[in-house]
Design a protein around this ligand. Structure first.
Ligand SMILES: *Cc1c(COP(=O)(O)O)cnc(C)c1O
Length: 476
């Protein structure tokens, strides 16, 4: 299988070549030339597979240049009960992504039982094994540099810790994360994990990463890489749980179900779109947003209008606080029938005017694609958390509440809807307390987290200081 850029300006490449890269050199995103197809017969044969085997079957469709046995080994190691065991008491962790029915035809897919208690572990843990394997094959090493306001950084660190040939340098804004988030990252003492607290904001930290990465000589010499949400291997690994959910929810190959997905950078719901494009019987994909409603606006009007920082709000579902959605380009590429010229036209309009509007044909294709959207506010989240707790004795986090709220608003009669759980409530204890009056229970293995020894260095907002730190800790 070959990969091309959405902007059409780079030669085709293979999976093992693109997964270590971020953007393509023409500024576009890598996508497979065609999505692989899965027949009803194949779907049927996948019933009863354990998650690791299903993951091998699905991800190897995207990685035909890799040995299937290598992928199988990575999936076995990744999708085990030892890794995804941090959720609620009584959960069947052997399913890895268990589906729980709240009522008839209305379920929650538990994706947040991994080490950082958020769904990003589902793909990031796989990425850890994949990177280690590819780097070893290529006889090289990688230094991952990133900035985080909480979730992605810790997920990356837990996936890469102790891996051969990989270091992680993760910048975070000093004093601006929750005690839980700080403890989660800074308590890692593995020698290949470097936490850097920057005396500034998240944006300052992000700017440092951009400055260091645009110094091409430095980047090359120290083999600087990233693991952000546009990474194709992460998307492909996320496709797996849509198949898993559908297999758990249905009994016949003709049955369609819908998914509701709390969305930020559009990686999670894009994976659902890819699953549908591959032939999974998906009826609708519900894009749930919070007050940062760029995507909601698009799916209502065909107008994509990105926000400036003054209009990007801090909300109680912070991992969805986005001004633009970095994976969205991959979906629009499909809507443009994979025409890179048209895609480039739209994106240059976006950089000129901060928005674009699809033409009538494209808008028809959006409507035919099965996407719909709803937005929620803080008050909606609180109400939803309380209702689900009182009705079902099931405590959800604020992001998952956005998803459930959207599903409740849009669900049609007899429509089976599965809501993706993107984080456990423990991570957002203050909002939970506001909603139900008590704090969520601490998951297994985290009781002493806040008391663990922490390893972090503090720095000024200075890319030179960060470069110096990398030079000191890495041999070129
Ligand atoms: C990252 C994240 C999201 C958004 O996922 P995207 O793939 O960026 O759309 C939603 N909820 C939580 C808890 C997250 O960490």
């Amino acid at each position: 299988m070959q990969y091309v850029s959405t902007r059409g300006g780079v030669p085709a490449a293979l999976y093992s070549e693109i997964v270590l890269q971020g953007l393509a050199r023409d500024g576009g995103l890598y996508v497979p030339r065609e999505y692989p197809k899965v027949s009803k017969q194949t779907l049927k044969s996948w019933r009863g597979l354990k998650y690791a085997n299903l993951a091998t079957a699905v991800t190897s469709l995207f990685a035909q240049d890799m040995q299937r046995s290598a992928i199988a080994r990575i999936c076995e190691e990744t999708y085990s009960e030892e890794v995804y065991c941090h959720g609620r008491k009584g959960t069947d962790f052997s399913k890895i992504a268990p589906l729980v029915w709240l009522e008839d035809g209305f379920g929650i897919l538990e994706l947040s039982n991994g080490p950082t208690l958020a769904f990003k572990d589902m793909a990031m843990q796989y990425l850890g094994g994949l990177f280690e394997y590819i780097l070893e094959k290529k006889q090289t090493t990688l230094n991952i540099l990133g900035a985080t306001s909480g979730d992605t950084g810790s997920s990356a660190e837990y996936a890469m810790k102790g891996r051969k040939g990989i270091n992680v340098f993760m910048l975070s804004p000093a004093g601006r994360m929750s005690a839980f988030q700080k403890a989660q990252m800074y308590s890692l003492t593995d020698p290949n994990i470097f936490n850097i607290a920057v005396r500034g904001s998240f944006d300052d930290a992000q700017d440092i990463v951009k400055a260091v990465s645009s110094d091409l000589e430095f980047k090359e010499k120290y083999r600087i890489g990233a693991v952000n949400s546009i990474n194709w291997a992460r998307i492909a690994a996320q496709v797996v749980y849509y198949f898993s959910a559908w297999l758990q929810a249905t009994e016949s190959e003709d049955e369609e179900i819908s998914f509701s997905v709390p969305s930020g950078n559009f990686g999670d719901v894009l994976a659902g779109w890819i699953a549908k494009s591959m032939g999974l019987p998906v009826r609708r994909l519900i894009v749930a947003t919070n007050e940062n409603d760029v995507l909601y606006e698009f799916f209502r009007s065909g107008r994509y209008r990105i926000r400036d920082s003054a209009h990007t709000y801090v909300t109680s579902s912070p991992s969805m606080d986005i001004s633009k959605a970095s994976n969205f380009e991959r979906y629009v590429y499909d809507i443009c029938q994979k025409d890179p010229m048209r895609l480039r036209e739209l994106w240059s309009e976006l950089s000129r005017n901060g928005e674009f509007l699809l033409n009538a044909q494209e808008w028809q294709r959006v409507k035919a694609s099965g996407f719909v959207s709803a937005r929620s506010t803080h008050a909606d989240r609180l109400r939803c958390i309380k209702t689900i707790w009182e009705k079902h004795n099931f405590l959800i986090d604020p992001h998952t509440a956005d998803g459930i709220n959207a599903a409740c608003a849009l669900r049609e009669k007899d429509e089976k809807v599965i809501c993706l759980e993107t984080a456990l409530p423990t991570k957002f204890a203050a909002t939970i307390k506001e909603a139900v009056g008590f704090e969520p229970e601490c998951p297994q293995g985290y009781e002493d987290l806040l008391r663990r020894k922490q390893k972090v260095v503090e720095m000024d907002v200075s890319s030179d200081e960060v470069k110096g730190f990398i030079e000191k800790n890495v041999s070129s």
